[in-house]
Design a protein around this ligand. Sequence first.
Ligand SMILES: [Zn+2]
Length: 176
Amino acid sequence: MPSGNVHNLINTAAYAALFAATALAQHAGYVHVTPVQGLAFTAGYAAGTFLLSPDLDLAEGRVNSKRYWGILGFLWVPYGMLFSHRGLSHTWLIGPLTRLAYLGVIVALVVGLVAFLVPDLRLPGLPSSLDWKGLLPLLAGYYLSQWMHLIADGVRPDHDLRHARKTARRTFKRLR
Ligand SMILES: [Zn+2]
């Protein structure tokens, strides 16, 4: 399994290659990526590489991606205890979703706590018309960064299926 630094290097190199290829294709008129789309994709990719890496399943110990959170790193300890290393966290579809959902729960808890402690505080609401077009490149960048990690780990795309099958078999055995 590559170390956190090696993962960062691989992901950064892949990004550079993709950037160059897209710039060439754009120049030739094959694709049209707006600056906003490019920025959203980059933000998603960077967040997935550095802040939401699959190796957060090791957050009960010391791991790169937890360190990037600084003093907030402890927030990922329950995630590390919840998910076994290279289990569900390292699947292609569900794995990245578990970290987004976990992050959502943490944000909701913090917002709830702040609203409880400071009832008069006016929290900024979500924009009424969330821009889904802007969300798509963000999500694409996030998922691609996760897949680069999984490829480097040697995890195959059918890991989701095999994991589900294994869990089902175990549950079935317990039921018998
Ligand atoms: Zn990994």
